[in-house]
Design a protein around this ligand. Sequence first.
Ligand SMILES: [Zn+2]
Length: 84
Amino acid sequence: MRAEWIAAGPMAMAMLLCGKEEKVLGAQKAPGSCPYCGGGVAATDVEAKWVLCCLPLCRRTKRRFACTACARRLVTYPAILHDD
Ligand SMILES: [Zn+2]
């Protein structure tokens, strides 16, 4: 046990025991274009799983949008998406 782990306390111990796994389920081209550079947008479906001592706690699938040209994460993309 390293001294800094003891100093950090229970939070650090919890961090050692649980973790987050992400698995990319698939990617597809999304309609619209990047608001920053006008490039194409890719939608990526990611399954996130929280793991505690190798036991999956919860699992959820989310969709992420990113620009294929400038690689920016488009966090607010669904809100600004207009399908025309
Ligand atoms: Zn872009």
